[in-house]
Design a binder for this molecule. Structure first.
Ligand code: SF4
Length: 337
């Protein structure tokens, strides 16, 4: 994709958090450690990986909620990272985020109507009467009764609170919404309704989504493309179809092995990944996945694989992609010493 076609671009993005060690020293926790991405208008890019892989930190970097240690996020060819003045205001209007836990992200002392109206006040969108009508319309569009406008968050169910969070994110008519695990913690039937709502709102408003998820079933339903993250890095990125039919990275294969497979065209699933990921305070040298990878060779312990094309629109960071693809499914992936 040419740079000009991208709605949002990420180049060399790094976020290290200093962690105190002992009495005087600090060490960097490498939450995001060199990510490059591009997003096309009106697509859904899912970012997947285990808990602690850096996907929620990436979500906050994308919308400018936290500054990167290095690298840059660009939205409509302007810097999010160095946004100032009126561009910073415009950017905050156009880039919105839906958090994982709607209860803690909604102010318990405000009515949900006020919560949804606040972005309109902050961005000076409409007079009081216009804002009231806009809030009522937002409630209708996310399937909440307008009569709920005067209620407080604790008076609503988890699914209803997430609908309030979605209405708040959409209030400023954003172009891009980052949804950070928007359905985790909700009942399966409520999850399906929220996902359907997000899809329908995307069609209506030509929204671009970044969907952060650890649930490959949600990804299969929602995504156009998928980026797989492991210990702060993207290890594979391609279309949703290719991820499910031809996963190339051993970590992606292991993630998919945990998902029930009803698609006969999908490659034989390998075993789910075993053990815990290493600490982002001390990531392994070479390929960060090598202590858990059943294909690991000497080169994997010393040389870091780069994210390179292996098929059209399919980038994978693994030294042995072609070799692994020619192998039959191996036994269980055991954590290696
Ligand atoms: Fe496994 Fe080596 Fe590929 Fe890393 S580079 S995923 S250790 S085969």
């Amino acid at each position: 994709m040419s740079a000009g076609a991208a709605l949002l671009s990420v180049a060399g993005l790094v976020k290290h958090f200093p962690i105190r060690q002992g009495l005087v020293g600090t060490r960097p926790l490498r939450a995001v450690d060199g990510v490059d991405l591009e997003l096309r208008p009106a697509e859904t890019l899912a970012v997947v990986g285990e808990s602690g892989c850096g996907k929620s930190t990436l979500a906050r970097l994308l919308v400018g909620l936290i500054p990167p240690t290095r690298g840059e996020v660009t939205f409509e060819a302007k810097s999010v990272t160095h946004a100032r003045g009126s561009w910073r205001r415009d950017m905050r209007r156009d880039l919105q985020i839906i958090f994982q836990d709607p209860y803690s992200s909604l102010n318990p002392r405000m009515t949900v109507g006020t919560i949804v109206e606040r972005p309109l006040i902050i961005h000076r969108m409409g007079d009081r009467a216009a804002r009231k009508e806009a809030v009522a319309e937002l409630f209708r569009s996310v399937g909440l009764p307008v009569a709920f406008i005067g209620r407080y968050p604790h008076e609503l169910s988890g699914g209803q609170r997430q609908r309030v969070a979605i209405a708040r994110a959409l209030a400023t008519r954003p172009k891009l919404v980052v949804a950070d695990e928007p359905t985790s913690g909700l009942d399966v039937s409520v999850q399906a309704k929220i996902l359907n709502l997000l899809k329908s709102l995307q069609r209506q408003h030509a929204l671009t989504y970044v969907l952060i998820s650890h649930d490959m079933r949600v990804v299969r339903y929602m995504a156009d493309r998928v980026a797989v993250m492991y210990l702060g890095k993207v290890v594979e990125i391609t279309t949703k179809e290719r991820i499910f039919i031809d996963p190339q990275h051993p970590y992606t294969q292991a993630l998919l092995a945990a998902v029930p497979n009803t698609d006969p065209s999908r490659r034989a699933a390998r075993a789910p990944v075993q053990g815990d990921p290493p600490s982002p305070l001390d990531p392994p040298a070479g390929c960060r996945f090598h202590p858990r990878c059943p294909f690991s060779r000497d080169i994997c312990r010393t040389d870091e694989p780069q994210l390179l094309p292996h098929g059209e629109g399919h980038l994978t960071a693994c030294h042995l992609v072609d070799e692994i693809r020619s192998l039959p499914a191996p036994g269980p992936m055991a954590a290696q010493p």
